[in-house]
Design a protein around this ligand. Structure first.
Ligand SMILES: Cc1ncc(COP(=O)(O)O)c(C=O)c1O
Length: 415
């Protein structure tokens, strides 16, 4: 936690009142939404702000000289500034808007990886990664002739940094890609330590912060990373917007990713030159309203306080792990609460995760079941899937109690 003082508790009932979805009933029950790691719910501040934007300020950006175009451009670029402040970045040139977190990571893999990597090079990802920060690296390594290495983990699902010595013997380390918080089991990875290791070897570090940015205060300089990816839909924003932060000198030197309008400076038959940052990486009409909506979400999160959100989720995680430890046949995966985000993944001995999720749904409890786009992690644990409960600022201990009540229902049905 970045604050030196203990953050004050959240006023959760007040926060819930900001989210219209909690007025709905699901299977006759109030919604216990425990799937924010998948995608979060949206507050009125975002929903109404988007309607207002579309009604009063919408047009394409950068191209229009009329007032509406100026309003839209100011809204779009204003959102970029909010994200810059959120991440502690030096310049808005370092903030590239993408469609989602996946595209942010692919951008680096394609634009940096395909032209920089070659035989003798090693690209490292980890067994805990979301496929979005695993598959692009495996793919560009294959295409470029570089070696792809997967850093493993221990039985608790914490990265085994000792393996780095063996990985280093395979060639020249060029890049390490790892997540700050694992989406499937919640592990908080030692990103700063890994980034320092990479830097000593003149290698780059790509941090997937999709599960971290919504829940804790980040600072790109402190992380020591070269690129950081995040996604709007998991942090109260709309879908269709992601962010890539990258060090300016790296982004400047990189090849473009998508080619077309907006990303060019001049085009002729003989030659095309690239636009300034960040436009060089924002080909075509960008996700204008989505970026604006993300800016509104950042306002909301900042107003509540990310330190307070992190502390609240920690409290829920501790409570959930205590409660699940008392539930018959339930095994929780992953590290202790001190080294995990607000994610609790588990199996139950009597039912498949999909059946568990279905029964929980009948209790008005929404969780995710499956491999969570982390098949290497599932293989590591020797299981095909888990049930995952994930927490956010609008969750309560009652939601956890509802989860436990639903699991009792699972046992009554399958046990
Ligand atoms: C850790 C992590 N990385 C990347 C992604 C991909 O994000 P998006 O769905 O925005 O492409 C996710 C989404 O589940 C994720 O949890």
């Amino acid at each position: 936690m970045s604050s030196l003082t203990t953050p004050t508790a959240l006023d959760v009932p007040r926060i819930r009142a900001d989210f219209p979805v909690f007025e709905e009933r699901f299977n006759g029950r109030e919604l216990a939404f425990l799937d924010s790691a998948n995608s979060s719910q949206k507050p009125r501040h975002v929903l109404e702000g988007l309607t207002e934007f579309y009604e009063h300020s919408y047009s394409n950006v950068h191209r229009a000289v009329y007032e509406l175009g100026e309003r839209a451009t100011a809204a779009y670029e204003g959102a970029r500034e909010k994200v810059r402040v959120l991440l502690g970045a030096d310049s808005t040139r370092e903030i590239v808007f993408t469609r989602n977190g996946t595209e942010a990571l692919n951008l680096v893999a394609y634009a940096w990886g395909l032209s920089e990597l070659g035989p003798g090079d090693v690209v490292v990802s980890t067994v805990l990664e979301h496929h979005s920060n695993f598959v692009p690296w495996q793919y560009v390594a294959k295409r470029s002739g570089a070696e792809f290495a997967m850093l493993g983990a221990d039985a608790a699902g914490e990265l085994d940094l000792e393996q780095l010595d063996e990985i280093e013997r395979r060639g020249r380390i060029r890049l390490v890609a790892l997540g700050l918080i694992s989406n499937s089991i919640g592990t908080v990875n030692p990103v700063e330590e890994v980034a320092a290791w990479a830097r000593e070897r003149e290698a780059l570090t790509v941090v997937d912060a999709c599960q971290a940015a919504p829940h804790r205060q980040l600072d790109v300089a402190t992380l020591g990373a070269d690129f950081v990816a995040l996604t709007g839909h998991k942090m109260l924003g709309p879908s269709g917007i992601g962010v890539l932060w990258g060090r300016q000198e790296l982004l400047s030197a990189m090849e473009p990713f998508n080619l077309g309008g907006e990303m060019i400076r001049s085009v002729s038959e003989r030659e095309t030159t690239w636009n300034e940052l960040p436009n060089k990486f924002e080909a075509g009409t960008p996700p204008i309203a989505q970026a604006y909506g993300l800016g509104l979400a950042v306002d909301y999160l900042t107003n509540v306080g990310l330190d307070r959100i992190e502390a609240h989720e920690h409290d829920l995680t501790v409570y959930a792990m205590e409660q699940l430890a008392t539930a018959e046949g339930v095994s929780v995966l992953g590290p202790p609460p001190e080294r995990r985000g607000g994610i609790v993944s588990f199996t139950i001995d009597c039912a498949h995760p999909h059946d568990v999720a279905q029964i929980l749904d009948s209790h008005g409890v929404a969780v995710r079941a499956g491999h969570h786009c982390t098949q290497p992690a599932m293989e590591h644990f020797g299981i095909p899937a888990t049930t995952r409960a994930s927490f956010y600022l609008y969750n309560t201990r009652e939601d956890v109690d509802r989860l436990l009540e639903g699991l009792a229902g699972v046992r009554a049905t399958f046990g």
